[in-house]
Unconditional design. Sequence first.
Length: 315
Amino acid sequence: MIRHFLRDDDLSPAEQAEVLALAQDMKRDRFAASISRRPLDGPRTVAVLFDKPTLRTQVSFTTGIAELGGFPMVVDGNLAKIGVRESVADTARVLGRQVAAVVWRTYEQSRLEEMAEFAGVPVVNALTDQFHPCQLLADLLTITEHKPALAGLTVAFLGDSACNMSHSYLLAGATAGMHVRVSGPAGYEPDPDVLAKAQSLAQATGGSASYVLDPKEAVTGADVVATDTWVSMGKEDEAEQRFAPFQTYAVTDDLLAAAADDVAVLHCLPAYRGKEIAAEVIDGPRSLVWEEAENRLHAQKALLTWLIHHHGGER
């Protein structure tokens, strides 16, 4: 059976814990030479497709694939014009016969799902408009390095509760048994289907998932506070109209006073100091942002290793 990672709940709680444990192990011994730790030796090729701007995703996946013994074949989506020049299904059929896996940073989730339907190899979501699951693996890895356990922790995500990071926090956090509160202004609530799925997951893991309008209520007692830009890619024309309603959701020292004394602060980057997060917060002692950025590498190496092993190695 081909395993894909299209959204955070594609991993069960046990599988998520397994990937995170492997990521911790790989981080401790980054250049281990054993074949079990280099599943792409050959080298085998992984197609890494970018329809959206990228820095951390491109750096972490290309570096990670190389460290796993493989070759990262980076494809510029503006040149390939997948879904325009030829269909997603036909592209998938071509790629799947030549590569070990497909990593895609694109727009609609449906495009990724169509790629997975026809590729015949594992497909990884490197970001869509709906979800950013690889980022959440990195975030959870970062939290495990500073907190005794994920289960039972309270995490608050502030900002655009309808964005991909909010949705991924709901699903991944609930899968890990965390108490997830997403908080943003009215009109920017999370997708009700995603929230309902997170609440269903939380019932099984002992966590919880909720949308909280008041940002202070959301961060009260929180062990982790996370945020993201208020203007996601593709919504740049909304920047001016978003500023006023989002101001009270900015992560500042004053807001963090309501959180736990040892609160950890996360931001998936790029950050806009003075807007969604204060400079003294992101550059201060509570910030784990730079470790979080590095952990994209280790989490994605572990994920690719796990997917390829579950795909049965060589085709």
